[in-house]
Ligand binder design. Sequence first.
Ligand SMILES: Cc1cc2nc3c(=O)[nH]c(=O)nc-3n(C[C@H](O)[C@H](O)[C@H](O)COP(=O)(O)OP(=O)(O)OC[C@H]3O[C@@H](n4cnc5c(N)ncnc54)[C@H](O)[C@@H]3O)c2cc1C
Length: 412
Amino acid sequence: MGERLRNWAGNIEFGAARVHRPETVEQVQEIVARAERARVLGTGHSFNTIADTPEDLISVAGLPADIRIDEARRTVSVAGGVRYGDLARWLDAAGYALHNLGSLPHISIAGAVATGTHGSGVGLGNLATAVAGVEIVTGGGELVSLGRGDADFPGAVVALGALGVVVRVTLDVVPAYRMSQHVFEHLPRAQLDAHWDEIAAAGYSVSLFTGWAGDTVDQVWVKRRVDDAPAPGELFGAKPAGGPRHPIASMSPEHCTEQGGAPGPWHERLPHFRLDFTPSSGEELQTEYFVARADAPAAFAAVERVRDLVVPALQISEIRTVAADELWLSPHYGRDSVALHFTWVPNDDLVLGAVEALEEQLAPLGARPHWGKVFRQAPRYPRAADFAALAARMDPRGTFRNAFVERYVPAE
Ligand SMILES: Cc1cc2nc3c(=O)[nH]c(=O)nc-3n(C[C@H](O)[C@H](O)[C@H](O)COP(=O)(O)OP(=O)(O)OC[C@H]3O[C@@H](n4cnc5c(N)ncnc54)[C@H](O)[C@@H]3O)c2cc1C
Protein backbone atom coordinates (compact mmCIF):
# COMPACT_ATOMS: atom_id res chain seq x y z
CA MET A 1 0.00 0.00 0.00
CA GLY A 2 1.30 3.46 -0.96
CA GLU A 3 1.95 6.31 1.43
CA ARG A 4 -1.24 7.65 2.98
CA LEU A 5 -2.60 11.11 2.27
CA ARG A 6 -1.83 13.73 4.93
CA ASN A 7 -3.07 17.24 5.67
CA TRP A 8 -0.93 20.33 4.89
CA ALA A 9 0.63 20.35 8.36
CA GLY A 10 1.38 16.61 8.16
CA ASN A 11 -0.01 15.96 11.66
CA ILE A 12 -3.07 14.06 10.37
CA GLU A 13 -2.82 10.91 8.28
CA PHE A 14 -6.19 10.35 6.60
CA GLY A 15 -7.60 6.92 7.28
CA ALA A 16 -9.66 6.68 4.07
CA ALA A 17 -9.72 3.32 2.32
CA ARG A 18 -10.37 5.09 -1.00
CA VAL A 19 -9.61 8.60 -2.32
CA HIS A 20 -11.70 9.88 -5.26
CA ARG A 21 -11.01 12.80 -7.59
CA PRO A 22 -14.20 13.17 -9.66
CA GLU A 23 -14.19 15.53 -12.64
CA THR A 24 -17.95 16.04 -13.00
CA VAL A 25 -20.85 16.60 -10.62
CA GLU A 26 -22.43 13.40 -11.95
CA GLN A 27 -19.35 11.45 -10.88
CA VAL A 28 -19.62 13.04 -7.41
CA GLN A 29 -23.25 11.91 -7.26
CA GLU A 30 -22.34 8.34 -8.27
CA ILE A 31 -19.56 8.10 -5.66
CA VAL A 32 -21.83 9.44 -2.90
CA ALA A 33 -24.72 7.17 -3.89
CA ARG A 34 -22.44 4.10 -3.53
CA ALA A 35 -20.67 5.24 -0.34
CA GLU A 36 -21.59 4.13 3.17
CA ARG A 37 -19.31 6.68 4.83
CA ALA A 38 -17.79 9.62 2.95
CA ARG A 39 -16.12 12.97 3.66
CA VAL A 40 -14.91 15.77 1.42
CA LEU A 41 -11.35 17.03 1.33
CA GLY A 42 -10.69 20.64 0.34
CA THR A 43 -7.05 21.73 0.20
CA GLY A 44 -6.31 19.90 3.48
CA HIS A 45 -5.31 22.99 5.46
CA SER A 46 -7.18 22.01 8.63
CA PHE A 47 -5.15 20.81 11.59
CA ASN A 48 -7.49 18.16 13.02
CA THR A 49 -9.53 15.15 11.93
CA ILE A 50 -12.51 17.19 10.68
CA ALA A 51 -12.12 15.90 7.09
CA ASP A 52 -11.23 12.32 7.98
CA THR A 53 -13.20 9.16 7.29
CA PRO A 54 -12.33 5.46 7.34
CA GLU A 55 -14.00 4.93 3.95
CA ASP A 56 -14.44 7.28 0.94
CA LEU A 57 -12.61 10.61 0.82
CA ILE A 58 -13.73 12.84 -2.05
CA SER A 59 -11.58 15.69 -3.38
CA VAL A 60 -13.47 18.21 -5.49
CA ALA A 61 -10.29 19.87 -6.81
CA GLY A 62 -10.82 18.20 -10.20
CA LEU A 63 -14.21 19.77 -10.96
CA PRO A 64 -13.96 22.54 -13.59
CA ALA A 65 -13.83 26.02 -11.97
CA ASP A 66 -16.60 27.36 -14.26
CA ILE A 67 -16.60 30.90 -12.80
CA ARG A 68 -19.74 32.89 -13.66
CA ILE A 69 -20.62 36.48 -12.75
CA ASP A 70 -24.24 37.57 -12.27
CA GLU A 71 -23.96 41.33 -12.77
CA ALA A 72 -27.55 42.05 -11.76
CA ARG A 73 -27.34 40.15 -8.47
CA ARG A 74 -23.72 41.19 -7.82
CA THR A 75 -22.66 37.58 -7.25
CA VAL A 76 -20.14 35.12 -8.63
CA SER A 77 -20.68 31.37 -8.74
CA VAL A 78 -17.75 28.97 -8.78
CA ALA A 79 -16.87 25.32 -8.13
CA GLY A 80 -16.35 24.66 -4.41
CA GLY A 81 -12.83 23.27 -4.81
CA VAL A 82 -11.40 26.48 -6.33
CA ARG A 83 -8.82 28.29 -4.19
CA TYR A 84 -9.64 31.79 -2.94
CA GLY A 85 -6.47 33.18 -4.51
CA ASP A 86 -7.40 31.88 -7.97
CA LEU A 87 -10.96 33.24 -7.76
CA ALA A 88 -9.62 36.57 -6.46
CA ARG A 89 -7.32 37.06 -9.47
CA TRP A 90 -10.16 36.25 -11.85
CA LEU A 91 -12.58 38.59 -10.05
CA ASP A 92 -10.10 41.48 -9.95
CA ALA A 93 -9.48 41.17 -13.67
CA ALA A 94 -13.26 41.37 -14.19
CA GLY A 95 -13.51 44.49 -11.96
CA TYR A 96 -14.91 42.76 -8.88
CA ALA A 97 -13.78 41.88 -5.35
CA LEU A 98 -14.75 39.91 -2.25
CA HIS A 99 -15.34 41.72 1.06
CA ASN A 100 -12.44 39.93 2.76
CA LEU A 101 -9.91 37.09 2.55
CA GLY A 102 -8.03 34.91 5.06
CA SER A 103 -4.31 35.21 5.68
CA LEU A 104 -3.54 32.47 3.16
CA PRO A 105 -4.95 32.52 -0.41
CA HIS A 106 -4.22 28.82 -1.00
CA ILE A 107 -7.29 27.39 0.79
CA SER A 108 -10.35 26.09 -1.10
CA ILE A 109 -13.54 28.13 -0.97
CA ALA A 110 -15.88 25.33 0.15
CA GLY A 111 -13.35 24.04 2.71
CA ALA A 112 -12.81 27.50 4.18
CA VAL A 113 -16.51 28.28 4.32
CA ALA A 114 -17.26 24.90 5.97
CA THR A 115 -15.16 25.85 9.03
CA GLY A 116 -16.06 29.55 9.31
CA THR A 117 -12.65 30.75 8.11
CA HIS A 118 -12.20 34.50 8.56
CA GLY A 119 -9.92 37.44 7.94
CA SER A 120 -9.99 40.54 10.12
CA GLY A 121 -12.08 43.71 10.34
CA VAL A 122 -14.53 44.99 12.95
CA GLY A 123 -17.14 45.50 10.26
CA LEU A 124 -16.41 42.35 8.26
CA GLY A 125 -18.10 38.99 8.74
CA ASN A 126 -16.21 35.74 8.19
CA LEU A 127 -15.79 34.45 4.62
CA ALA A 128 -18.95 32.32 4.90
CA THR A 129 -21.06 35.47 5.32
CA ALA A 130 -20.43 36.28 1.63
CA VAL A 131 -22.07 33.00 0.60
CA ALA A 132 -25.39 33.65 -1.16
CA GLY A 133 -26.03 30.09 -2.30
CA VAL A 134 -24.69 26.53 -2.23
CA GLU A 135 -25.19 23.43 -4.38
CA ILE A 136 -24.74 20.28 -2.33
CA VAL A 137 -24.64 16.61 -3.28
CA THR A 138 -26.37 15.21 -0.20
CA GLY A 139 -26.33 11.70 1.25
CA GLY A 140 -27.89 9.44 -1.40
CA GLY A 141 -26.42 11.50 -4.25
CA GLU A 142 -29.17 14.07 -4.77
CA LEU A 143 -28.12 17.60 -5.90
CA VAL A 144 -29.76 20.25 -3.67
CA SER A 145 -29.58 24.05 -4.08
CA LEU A 146 -30.04 26.38 -1.12
CA GLY A 147 -29.97 30.17 -1.21
CA ARG A 148 -30.11 33.04 1.23
CA GLY A 149 -33.73 33.35 2.33
CA ASP A 150 -34.32 29.56 2.47
CA ALA A 151 -35.09 28.51 6.05
CA ASP A 152 -32.29 25.92 6.13
CA PHE A 153 -29.67 28.13 4.49
CA PRO A 154 -28.06 29.53 7.71
CA GLY A 155 -27.36 25.92 8.74
CA ALA A 156 -25.94 24.82 5.40
CA VAL A 157 -22.97 27.20 5.01
CA VAL A 158 -20.66 26.62 8.01
CA ALA A 159 -21.57 22.93 7.92
CA LEU A 160 -18.28 21.12 8.71
CA GLY A 161 -18.74 18.98 5.59
CA ALA A 162 -21.54 17.15 7.43
CA LEU A 163 -24.37 17.77 4.96
CA GLY A 164 -22.74 16.59 1.76
CA VAL A 165 -20.37 17.66 -1.03
CA VAL A 166 -20.54 21.38 -1.82
CA VAL A 167 -19.92 21.34 -5.57
CA ARG A 168 -20.76 25.00 -6.23
CA VAL A 169 -20.81 28.18 -4.19
CA THR A 170 -22.32 31.58 -5.00
CA LEU A 171 -20.61 34.54 -3.33
CA ASP A 172 -21.48 38.23 -3.01
CA VAL A 173 -19.09 40.52 -4.87
CA VAL A 174 -18.39 44.26 -4.68
CA PRO A 175 -16.60 46.56 -7.14
CA ALA A 176 -12.81 45.96 -7.12
CA TYR A 177 -10.96 48.21 -4.67
CA ARG A 178 -7.35 49.07 -3.96
CA MET A 179 -5.63 48.83 -0.61
CA SER A 180 -2.38 49.57 1.17
CA GLN A 181 -0.78 47.88 4.13
CA HIS A 182 1.29 49.48 6.92
CA VAL A 183 3.14 47.61 9.66
CA PHE A 184 3.68 49.26 13.06
CA GLU A 185 6.03 47.81 15.65
CA HIS A 186 6.30 47.56 19.44
CA LEU A 187 2.84 48.62 20.58
CA PRO A 188 3.08 49.13 24.36
CA ARG A 189 1.04 46.32 25.97
CA ALA A 190 -0.86 48.73 28.26
CA GLN A 191 -2.04 50.70 25.19
CA LEU A 192 -3.66 47.57 23.77
CA ASP A 193 -6.11 47.37 26.69
CA ALA A 194 -6.57 51.14 26.96
CA HIS A 195 -7.26 51.69 23.24
CA TRP A 196 -8.44 48.26 22.06
CA ASP A 197 -11.52 49.58 20.23
CA GLU A 198 -9.55 52.25 18.32
CA ILE A 199 -6.68 49.89 17.47
CA ALA A 200 -9.00 47.13 16.22
CA ALA A 201 -10.74 49.72 14.02
CA ALA A 202 -7.57 51.49 12.80
CA GLY A 203 -8.11 50.16 9.25
CA TYR A 204 -10.46 48.12 7.06
CA SER A 205 -8.64 45.04 8.40
CA VAL A 206 -6.22 45.01 11.36
CA SER A 207 -4.06 42.12 12.64
CA LEU A 208 -1.80 42.20 15.70
CA PHE A 209 1.10 39.79 16.18
CA THR A 210 2.49 39.01 19.64
CA GLY A 211 4.59 36.42 21.43
CA TRP A 212 2.84 37.22 24.76
CA ALA A 213 6.26 37.48 26.40
CA GLY A 214 7.39 41.09 26.72
CA ASP A 215 5.64 44.36 27.49
CA THR A 216 4.97 45.22 23.84
CA VAL A 217 2.91 43.72 21.03
CA ASP A 218 5.42 42.93 18.26
CA GLN A 219 3.54 44.17 15.18
CA VAL A 220 0.23 45.74 14.10
CA TRP A 221 -0.66 45.24 10.41
CA VAL A 222 -3.13 47.91 9.25
CA LYS A 223 -4.78 47.21 5.89
CA ARG A 224 -6.61 50.24 4.53
CA ARG A 225 -8.67 50.89 1.44
CA VAL A 226 -6.97 53.69 -0.46
CA ASP A 227 -10.18 55.73 -0.28
CA ASP A 228 -10.10 55.58 3.59
CA ALA A 229 -8.43 58.22 5.77
CA PRO A 230 -4.61 58.23 5.48
CA ALA A 231 -2.63 55.85 7.71
CA PRO A 232 -1.56 57.39 11.02
CA GLY A 233 2.13 58.27 11.46
CA GLU A 234 2.15 56.40 14.78
CA LEU A 235 -0.31 54.07 16.48
CA PHE A 236 -0.61 54.57 20.26
CA GLY A 237 3.15 54.45 20.66
CA ALA A 238 3.79 51.82 17.94
CA LYS A 239 6.15 53.12 15.25
CA PRO A 240 6.10 52.38 11.50
CA ALA A 241 8.37 49.43 10.64
CA GLY A 242 11.63 50.39 8.90
CA GLY A 243 11.06 47.84 6.10
CA PRO A 244 8.99 44.76 5.16
CA ARG A 245 8.25 42.35 8.00
CA HIS A 246 7.20 38.71 8.40
CA PRO A 247 4.77 38.17 11.32
CA ILE A 248 7.63 36.29 13.01
CA ALA A 249 10.15 39.15 13.09
CA SER A 250 13.16 36.84 12.63
CA MET A 251 11.81 35.32 9.37
CA SER A 252 12.29 36.67 5.85
CA PRO A 253 9.34 38.76 4.60
CA GLU A 254 9.87 37.69 0.97
CA HIS A 255 6.68 35.59 0.96
CA CYS A 256 4.56 38.33 2.53
CA THR A 257 2.24 40.66 0.63
CA GLU A 258 3.60 44.13 -0.04
CA GLN A 259 3.77 46.55 2.91
CA GLY A 260 5.05 50.10 3.41
CA GLY A 261 1.85 51.77 2.19
CA ALA A 262 2.25 50.88 -1.51
CA PRO A 263 -1.22 50.75 -3.08
CA GLY A 264 -2.26 47.54 -4.81
CA PRO A 265 -5.26 45.35 -5.59
CA TRP A 266 -7.39 44.13 -2.66
CA HIS A 267 -6.35 40.48 -3.16
CA GLU A 268 -2.64 41.35 -2.89
CA ARG A 269 -3.07 43.20 0.41
CA LEU A 270 -5.80 41.36 2.40
CA PRO A 271 -3.89 38.03 2.69
CA HIS A 272 -0.62 38.20 4.62
CA PHE A 273 1.06 35.77 2.21
CA ARG A 274 1.46 35.83 -1.58
CA LEU A 275 -0.37 33.27 -3.72
CA ASP A 276 2.78 32.47 -5.70
CA PHE A 277 4.64 31.24 -2.63
CA THR A 278 3.87 28.63 -0.02
CA PRO A 279 4.66 30.45 3.22
CA SER A 280 6.17 27.51 5.04
CA SER A 281 6.55 23.79 4.75
CA GLY A 282 3.72 23.12 7.15
CA GLU A 283 5.97 22.72 10.17
CA GLU A 284 3.46 24.23 12.54
CA LEU A 285 0.19 23.58 14.32
CA GLN A 286 -2.53 26.18 14.87
CA THR A 287 -5.24 26.89 17.45
CA GLU A 288 -7.71 29.77 17.61
CA TYR A 289 -10.42 30.87 20.04
CA PHE A 290 -13.16 33.47 19.66
CA VAL A 291 -14.74 35.49 22.46
CA ALA A 292 -16.91 38.63 22.40
CA ARG A 293 -14.93 41.58 21.05
CA ALA A 294 -15.78 43.61 24.15
CA ASP A 295 -14.14 40.89 26.28
CA ALA A 296 -10.79 41.24 24.47
CA PRO A 297 -8.88 42.76 27.44
CA ALA A 298 -10.17 39.96 29.72
CA ALA A 299 -9.12 37.37 27.11
CA PHE A 300 -5.62 38.88 26.81
CA ALA A 301 -5.28 38.68 30.61
CA ALA A 302 -6.48 35.05 30.52
CA VAL A 303 -3.76 34.14 28.01
CA GLU A 304 -1.12 35.90 30.06
CA ARG A 305 -2.11 33.92 33.17
CA VAL A 306 -0.91 30.75 31.41
CA ARG A 307 1.97 32.27 29.43
CA ASP A 308 4.40 29.81 31.10
CA LEU A 309 2.68 27.04 29.11
CA VAL A 310 1.88 29.11 26.02
CA VAL A 311 5.23 30.75 25.29
CA PRO A 312 7.37 27.54 25.00
CA ALA A 313 4.86 26.09 22.49
CA LEU A 314 4.41 29.28 20.49
CA GLN A 315 5.84 30.55 17.22
CA ILE A 316 3.56 33.61 17.08
CA SER A 317 0.05 34.71 18.06
CA GLU A 318 -2.30 36.79 15.93
CA ILE A 319 -5.22 38.88 17.20
CA ARG A 320 -8.01 39.75 14.74
CA THR A 321 -11.68 40.76 14.81
CA VAL A 322 -14.74 39.27 13.08
CA ALA A 323 -18.25 40.76 12.86
CA ALA A 324 -21.24 38.78 14.16
CA ASP A 325 -23.30 36.58 11.82
CA GLU A 326 -26.38 34.34 11.87
CA LEU A 327 -24.86 31.09 10.54
CA TRP A 328 -25.81 28.34 12.99
CA LEU A 329 -22.41 26.69 13.52
CA SER A 330 -20.33 29.80 12.90
CA PRO A 331 -17.91 30.53 15.76
CA HIS A 332 -19.04 34.14 15.31
CA TYR A 333 -22.76 33.35 15.58
CA GLY A 334 -24.59 36.24 17.23
CA ARG A 335 -21.42 37.83 18.56
CA ASP A 336 -18.95 40.47 17.35
CA SER A 337 -15.76 38.57 18.09
CA VAL A 338 -12.08 38.90 18.82
CA ALA A 339 -9.97 36.03 17.45
CA LEU A 340 -6.97 34.82 19.47
CA HIS A 341 -4.83 32.71 17.17
CA PHE A 342 -1.75 30.67 18.09
CA THR A 343 0.78 29.32 15.58
CA TRP A 344 2.53 26.56 17.52
CA VAL A 345 5.74 24.63 17.11
CA PRO A 346 4.95 21.10 15.83
CA ASN A 347 5.24 19.43 19.23
CA ASP A 348 2.02 17.66 20.31
CA ASP A 349 2.87 17.51 24.02
CA LEU A 350 3.72 21.19 24.34
CA VAL A 351 0.72 22.19 22.23
CA LEU A 352 -1.81 20.07 24.12
CA GLY A 353 -0.57 21.41 27.46
CA ALA A 354 -1.02 24.97 26.22
CA VAL A 355 -4.41 24.22 24.61
CA GLU A 356 -5.83 22.68 27.79
CA ALA A 357 -4.61 25.60 29.89
CA LEU A 358 -6.04 28.15 27.44
CA GLU A 359 -9.40 26.39 27.31
CA GLU A 360 -9.66 26.41 31.09
CA GLN A 361 -8.82 30.12 31.22
CA LEU A 362 -11.07 31.15 28.33
CA ALA A 363 -14.11 28.99 29.24
CA PRO A 364 -15.64 31.65 31.51
CA LEU A 365 -15.68 33.98 28.49
CA GLY A 366 -17.63 31.41 26.43
CA ALA A 367 -14.73 30.85 24.02
CA ARG A 368 -15.50 28.97 20.81
CA PRO A 369 -12.64 27.26 18.92
CA HIS A 370 -11.88 27.49 15.19
CA TRP A 371 -13.37 24.30 13.72
CA GLY A 372 -10.31 23.67 11.53
CA LYS A 373 -7.58 24.00 14.15
CA VAL A 374 -6.29 22.09 17.21
CA PHE A 375 -8.70 22.15 20.17
CA ARG A 376 -10.14 19.81 22.83
CA GLN A 377 -13.49 21.29 23.88
CA ALA A 378 -16.22 23.10 21.98
CA PRO A 379 -19.24 24.60 23.72
CA ARG A 380 -22.71 23.65 22.56
CA TYR A 381 -23.89 26.07 19.89
CA PRO A 382 -27.28 27.78 20.40
CA ARG A 383 -28.55 26.31 17.09
CA ALA A 384 -26.91 22.86 17.41
CA ALA A 385 -30.27 21.09 17.63
CA ASP A 386 -31.47 22.83 14.45
CA PHE A 387 -28.27 21.77 12.70
CA ALA A 388 -28.69 18.15 13.84
CA ALA A 389 -32.26 18.15 12.51
CA LEU A 390 -31.09 19.61 9.19
CA ALA A 391 -28.34 16.98 8.92
CA ALA A 392 -30.87 14.23 9.63
CA ARG A 393 -33.04 15.50 6.74
CA MET A 394 -30.25 16.08 4.21
CA ASP A 395 -28.19 13.05 5.14
CA PRO A 396 -30.58 10.54 6.76
CA ARG A 397 -28.14 7.61 6.45
CA GLY A 398 -25.39 9.63 8.16
CA THR A 399 -23.05 9.15 5.17
CA PHE A 400 -21.20 12.38 5.98
CA ARG A 401 -20.93 11.95 9.74
CA ASN A 402 -17.49 11.15 11.13
CA ALA A 403 -15.98 10.86 14.60
CA PHE A 404 -15.27 14.63 14.71
CA VAL A 405 -18.87 15.55 13.92
CA GLU A 406 -20.24 12.91 16.34
CA ARG A 407 -18.15 14.38 19.11
CA TYR A 408 -18.82 18.08 18.59
CA VAL A 409 -22.26 18.19 16.95
CA PRO A 410 -23.97 14.99 18.15
CA ALA A 411 -27.17 13.82 16.44
CA GLU A 412 -30.26 14.55 18.53
C1 LIG B 1 -1.11 28.37 6.80
C2 LIG B 1 -2.56 28.43 7.18
C3 LIG B 1 -3.18 29.66 7.32
C4 LIG B 1 -4.51 29.75 7.72
N1 LIG B 1 -5.08 30.98 7.84
C5 LIG B 1 -6.35 31.09 8.27
C6 LIG B 1 -6.96 32.36 8.42
O1 LIG B 1 -6.40 33.40 8.10
N2 LIG B 1 -8.22 32.41 8.93
C7 LIG B 1 -8.90 31.30 9.29
O2 LIG B 1 -10.02 31.41 9.77
N3 LIG B 1 -8.37 30.06 9.11
C8 LIG B 1 -7.12 29.95 8.61
N4 LIG B 1 -6.58 28.71 8.41
C9 LIG B 1 -7.42 27.53 8.61
C10 LIG B 1 -8.13 27.13 7.30
O3 LIG B 1 -8.69 28.26 6.69
C11 LIG B 1 -9.26 26.15 7.57
O4 LIG B 1 -8.75 25.00 8.16
C12 LIG B 1 -10.01 25.79 6.27
O5 LIG B 1 -11.13 25.01 6.60
C13 LIG B 1 -9.12 25.08 5.29
O6 LIG B 1 -9.77 24.92 4.06
P1 LIG B 1 -9.48 23.58 3.22
O7 LIG B 1 -10.03 23.77 1.86
O8 LIG B 1 -8.06 23.21 3.33
O9 LIG B 1 -10.41 22.57 4.00
P2 LIG B 1 -10.06 21.11 4.52
O10 LIG B 1 -9.14 21.22 5.66
O11 LIG B 1 -9.68 20.24 3.39
O12 LIG B 1 -11.51 20.68 5.06
C14 LIG B 1 -12.11 21.39 6.11
C15 LIG B 1 -13.57 20.99 6.24
O13 LIG B 1 -14.28 21.42 5.08
C16 LIG B 1 -14.96 20.31 4.51
N5 LIG B 1 -14.98 20.52 3.07
C17 LIG B 1 -13.93 20.80 2.26
N6 LIG B 1 -14.34 20.92 1.00
C18 LIG B 1 -15.69 20.70 1.01
C19 LIG B 1 -16.71 20.66 0.01
N7 LIG B 1 -16.44 20.90 -1.27
N8 LIG B 1 -17.97 20.36 0.39
C20 LIG B 1 -18.26 20.12 1.69
N9 LIG B 1 -17.36 20.15 2.67
C21 LIG B 1 -16.08 20.44 2.34
C22 LIG B 1 -14.17 19.09 4.92
O14 LIG B 1 -14.96 17.93 4.90
C23 LIG B 1 -13.78 19.48 6.34
O15 LIG B 1 -14.86 19.21 7.20
C24 LIG B 1 -5.26 28.57 7.97
C25 LIG B 1 -4.65 27.31 7.79
C26 LIG B 1 -3.32 27.24 7.38
C27 LIG B 1 -2.70 25.92 7.17
